[in-house]
Design a protein around this ligand. Structure first.
Ligand code: NAD
Ligand code: USQ
Length: 385
């Protein structure tokens, strides 16, 4: 089976491309490397020294004998996308190729527009190219749990059955996202759902929670295959940031009260969820939604867990509840369903002391690469005053 991984030079995409290649899939990577460019623009670097995509792929081939095709280009460029698909002939497409930072999308108007044009136009191009040339191909699209926001009722997997004035229907679950980035995912969801309904495409929307960790079976095989691990205030995410802060004795940056609760998963489960979704395709015309996370935590709880694990390793870990740069609920109800991937066989790696130890040790190993200037958040949701 041939799988094109769009965004295969990024954090989730690189780990997934190697995992699928290891499992016998014929893998191609499409990426325009724009994430490396955004890092340069922001003056930030991943904690880990990542090799060029060409060197990474060559190393993978040298180690395993497995070949990964590479297509460097932008999916908002329709003719590039079309010719890549025609060359590669995918049976499934794993689409990670978007601007994925909420703070980046809230920097100013330009960054909000860039995010939504990049994400929405890229995905729209993709569904058109699939309709024209690959109507049977399965689109596995990375959505986000943040599409739902934090409603005061249980979060279902994509759809909710509602009774209203004596009538009943199952409808898309209401969306209340918290940034222009998260909104771009909602717009993608609507576009893909529509394409499945009217053109009979098949798609799975993976509403992924916040990913943590860095090592997978494949990326841990060699230093040249190392994955990115972001810690800066724009692209770094909660648990990864806390572990790196602990390693350099920077107080953990809990925003506001710290009751913000989200779904989380280990990157080893990200790659497995993709494999499961690809191996069990949606039907023609079906728009399937899976909530892709394994556990829920508040950011305050995570900070306490990192403090405990760090202290046990002899690190001096403090927690600092700093003023929240975002506009979001800091204490709220959160109970999301996540049974569909479990039903298909996912065996989760739950957050454990050993995972925290290994992530903290990893952070300690590369601590000299951390630039303290980029830890505190600089983007505020309220805009410039
Ligand atoms: P990342 O920034 O590390 O990787 C994204 C990759 O896509 C980059 O290599 C980038 O160059 C590429 N890309 C972006 N726009 C492109 C375009 N127009 N054409 C071609 N390539 C393009 O991000 P990530 O953390 O790996 O996230 C991947 C996906 O998973 C995103 O869609 C994100 O929304 C989703 N997701 C991520 C997380 C997380 O915690 N990291 C959680 C939930 C969902
Ligand atoms: N937070 C802190 N301290 C920090 C960083 C974040 O308290 O140092 C808080 C934020 O205020 C927020 C929560 O932690 O309440 C999550 O923030 P985050 O930066 O870890 O994650 P988020 O902005 O939601 O985005 C990340 C990925 C995005 C993905 C999303 C999944 O960057 O691509 O879509 O997680 S989810 O959150 O489920 O929507």
């Amino acid at each position: 089976m041939r799988v094109l991984v769009i965004g295969g030079d990024g954090y989730c995409g690189w780990a997934t491309a190697l995992h699928l290649s290891n499992r016998g899939y014929d893998v191609g990577i499409l990426d325009n490397l724009v994430r490396r460019h955004w890092d340069l623009e922001l003056g930030v670097e991943t904690l880990t020294p990542i090799a060029s995509i060409q060197k990474r792929i060559q190393r993978w081939h040298d180690l395993t004998g497995k070949h990964i095709d590479l297509f460097v280009g932008d999916i908002t460029n329709y003719s590039f996308l079309e010719s890549t698909l025609q060359q590669f002939q995918p049976d499934a497409i794993a689409h990670f190729g978007e601007q994925r930072s909420a703070p980046f999308s809230m920097i100013d108007r330009e960054h909000a527009v860039l995010t939504q044009v990049n994400n929405v136009v890229g995905t729209l191009n993709l569904i058109y190219a699939m309709r024209e040339h690959f109507p049977d191909c399965h689109l596995v699209k990375l959505g986000t749990m943040g599409e739902y926001g934090t409603p005061n009722i249980d979060i279902e997997e994509g759809y909710i059955t509602i009774e209203h004035n004596g009538r009943k229907d199952t409808l898309p679950y209401p969306k209340q996202p918290g940034s222009f980035y998260h909104l771009s995912k909602v717009h993608d969801t609507h576009n893909i759902h529509f394409a499945c309904r009217i053109w009979g495409l098949r798609a799975t929307d993976l509403n992924q929670g916040i990913v943590y960790g860095v090592l997978t079976e494949e990326t841990g095989m060699d230093e040249m295959l190392i994955n990115r691990l972001d810690y800066d205030g724009v692209f770094g995410t909660a648990l990864n940031r806390f572990c790196i802060q602990a390693a350099i004795a920077h107080p953990l940056t809990v925003y506001g009260a710290g009751g913000q609760t989200r779904g989380f998963l280990d990157i080893r489960d990200t790659v497995r969820c993709l494999e499961i979704a690809i191996a069990n395709p949606a039907e023609r015309g079906e728009f399937r939604v899976f909530n892709q996370f394994t556990e829920q935590f508040s950011v305050g709880e995570l900070a306490l867990m990192v403090k405990k694990a760090g202290t046990a390793m002899g690190l001096n870990v403090e927690i600092n509840n700093i003023s929240n740069p975002r506009i979001e609920k800091e204490e709220h109800y959160f109970n999301a369903k996540n049974t569909k991937l479990l039903d298909l066989g996912l065996q989760p790696h739950y957050l454990s002391d050993s995972l925290l130890d290994s992530l903290l040790n990893f952070a300690v190993k590369y601590q000299s690469r951390v630039d303290n200037q980029h830890i505190l958040p600089k983007v505020s949701w309220g805009g410039k005053s």
